[in-house]
Design a protein around this ligand. Sequence first.
Ligand SMILES: [Fe+2]
Length: 305
Amino acid sequence: MATTSFAGAPASPASGPSIFEPTNAGSTEQFRASYDAKPFEFHHGLTTSNPLFNLAAIRRLLDVPEVKNSIAYDATDVRVDQRWETISKIKPPIEEVFDQIATSRGWIMMRFVHRVPEYRAILDACLNEVRRLSGHDINQDEKSREAIIFVTSPNRVTPYHIDRECNFLMQVMGEKVINVFDRNDKEVVTERELETYWSKDNNAGVYKPQFQDRAFVRTMRPGTGVHIPVNFPHWVRNLDNVSISLSISYQYKDWKRKNVYQANYYLRKMGLNPTPPGQSPVLDYTKRVVIEAVLRTKRIIKPKK
Ligand SMILES: [Fe+2]
């Protein structure tokens, strides 16, 4: 498999690991079968020797307004089952949390780093490779794509949550343990949670410690990554080191999943027990059409301010 070389950064050595090679299978067939269906580990060639991914280079992104204005961060201890809105909002300035990341108990999510052209090149190169390996026409199905850099303090926990992105999380520096759960396990993730998530609450996923042993668990090290399919809940615990990770992800267009879950959310509110997405193409299609019509009507009649 060819090694992806990133623009503005040295390529991995020819004998080094390839980007997105599943370590437990080593075959394109396995990648294709598992893609957006179950988590898997892969190798990549991105390390802190890349001039874009050492702490000093990432620190400079704080001077880029379109990145800095989109940063989410906190500086406290957090539990795996903690809801985002209960995390303390009292925090030092971002520069201080970043510069003292070894002790600040910080979790820094730098969104939209791909607005900087050099990082955009990495995002596009990675997703091109995902497209090639998965056989999935990302360009056709995607609503948006995003590169995010996470910088976190030693032993910091990222609480259990659900995401709407199809994600490839790549570890660049430090080690951390990721726990990923199956969206198809209805004891772990209920339809009601997913409906609520897609309709009104990013915190709708509820951690169920009694099912912790069902998680796909991996210790992520520099040069390894984990694929997190859409809506697969996960939580992360940093080991005793500062961590840098790169998340490469994209969102599907709303018709793929969001619109059907939103329709089911309202049907359940009406006292019905709606059929989950994927079981009936006709029902899914009908729900998409109805929801899109409702949303279109809402936009039309929205009062002008
Ligand atoms: Fe996540």
